[in-house]
Design a binder for this molecule. Structure first.
Ligand code: DX5
Ligand code: ZN
Length: 240
């Protein structure tokens, strides 16, 4: 059964949890990296999302553990490291040592996903699994109780500033129902094209963590943009 917006609002109330906001550093001005991280430190953001891309799993290259380590020194927020790389199991420990608090690997990049999830957990990090827009959430059924976070990609990974793929909404509802059926407690993260225009429906549909790149860092007032993304949930809870 899929839940509609009203039921979603009710569930948001029942779950009683505040959603998390994770600005994605990919959209930041890297010539002012320290200032951008400082802005996030001084904001209502919960996590800082870091996109690692290898030019193989995705058609773009960003940065590796060296930058994660530098950001760790600057950031007071937990680091949510999204690995868009092939063979991520080779680098799990290195990213943990660099300072990652959450390590998310892609379902599509992990032939031995169960093993990789437990490898991440053994480092002490929260283990996340991301699925591309074309991947059904049903493939996660047998690991749903092992993971701490499931990231639904709402754009094809590789670039910031892309258009939100609307099919993510029914997918999110299916995943929320799956977690309920399994009595599993993984956080649901939505990543790509997220901003004030869709944050409300995402929260009503079951999202726990909103990743926001362009809608935060390209805003005239990034701190205000983060605050507004946080406040949307508060409004919903008040009227639920
Ligand atoms: C896309 C990345 C996202 C991206 C989001 O591959 O995983 O985290 O930075 O950026 P926006 O919010 O601009 O879509
Ligand atoms: Zn990401």
């Amino acid at each position: 059964m899929e839940t509609g917006p009203d039921v979603g609002r009710f569930f948001l109330y029942l779950r009683g949890m505040k959603h998390l906001v994770a600005p994605s550093l990919l959209a930041a001005d890297f010539t002012r990296l320290a200032e951008e991280v400082q802005m996030v430190n001084n904001s209502q953001a919960d996590w800082l999302h870091l996109d690692v891309m290898d030019g193989r799993f995705v058609p773009n290259i960003t940065f590796g553990m060296f930058i994660v380590e530098a950001v760790r020194k600057l950031s007071t927020k937990p680091l949510d490291v999204h690995l868009m790389i092939v063979e991520p199991e080779k680098y799990v420990e290195a990213f943990r040592e660099a300072g990652a608090d959450v390590i998310t690997v892609h379902y599509e990049a992990c032939p031995h996903l169960h093993r990789t999830i437990h490898q991440i957990r053994e480092t002490g990090a929260k283990a996340g699994v991301a699925v591309n827009p074309h991947t059904p959430v049903s493939v996660l059924e047998d690991v749903i109780e092992d993971v701490g976070l499931i990231c639904l990609m709402s754009v094809n990974p590789g670039f910031g500033g892309q258009k939100f793929i609307y099919n993510t909404i029914p997918k999110l509802r299916r995943l929320r129902d799956m977690l309920t059926v399994h009595n599993a407690h993984a956080l649901i993260e939505v990543d790509g094209g997220v901003g004030l225009q869709n944050a409300e429906v995402l929260l009503q549909s079951g999202a726990d963590v909103l990743v926001a790149g362009s809608s935060v860092f390209k805003a005239a007032d990034p701190t205000g943009a983060i605050l507004r993304l946080k406040e949307i949930g508060a409004e919903l809870r008040k009227f639920a």
